[in-house]
Write a protein that binds this ligand. Structure first.
Ligand code: S3P
Length: 200
């Protein structure tokens, strides 16, 4: 892949390491609702000069319905089937940064596809950070519930042990997004430089 140059943030070397070690794989962001996968993913893709895709948006486009509408009309299982198919398609379609919905990595087949075709990066955030962020929007069917805090606590308990299998973990804290993006770039470069991660 072509070299990049002239970033003002001193990340050129790390960016070039990532670009030259991906070998066709994608960078796949996983983590709970509110972890910042879409925002960080978009900026990360721009820094790495890679295309960006958001699995939730791709599912909505494929279905011609929003996620709340899909849940409402067809139920969660139907959404999960679409999610697995869409992520499978995107991961066989060239290198990109891919933000996945919070439940995607819980599917065993999806985890396998991600492991075979991507580098998984868990954006890990505390309960209070997640709640602060998800309160800003009402587009998440799982949280349309009398006690969204309890739902979030249960999801943390259920999903964090699985998210832990990601290749890389980056803390998603309440700092400017560019700082998180910088941490992602450094962690990715470090991971890809280790011998076991250099080839798919
Ligand atoms: C979900 C997370 C959402 C979306 C759907 C289900 C989940 O995506 O896929 O509402 O199961 O955690 P975000 O994590 O991008 O909010």
């Amino acid at each position: 892949m072509q070299q990049v140059a002239n970033n003002t943030d001193g990340l050129d070397d790390a960016i070039n390491t990532i670009r030259s070690h991906l070998n066709g794989r994608s960078i796949v962001l996983i983590g709970l609702m509110g972890a910042g996968k879409t925002t960080v993913g978009r900026r990360l893709a721009s820094k790495l000069q890679l295309p960006f895709a958001d699995a939730d948006i791709e599912i909505e486009t494929a279905a011609g319905q929003t996620i709340p509408e899909i849940f409402e009309a067809h139920g969660e299982q139907y959404f999960r089937d679409g999610e697995r198919r869409v992520i499978g398609r995107l991961l066989h379609d060239g290198t990109r940064v891919l933000a996945t919905g919070g439940g995607a990595y819980m599917n065993e087949a999806t985890r396998k596809t991600i492991a075979e075709n991507g580098i998984s990066m868990w954006l890990k955030a505390d309960f209070s950070v997640l709640m602060k962020r998800v309160r800003k929007r009402s587009n998440r069917p799982l949280l349309k519930n009398a006690d969204p805090e309890a739902v979030m606590r249960n999801l943390i308990a259920e999903r964090y042990p699985v998210y832990q299998n990601a290749d890389i973990v980056v803390e998603s804290r309440e700092v400017p997004h560019d700082q998180i993006v910088g941490a992602c770039i450094e962690a990715l470069a470090q991971h890809l430089e280790t011998p076991a991660a250099t080839t798919p």
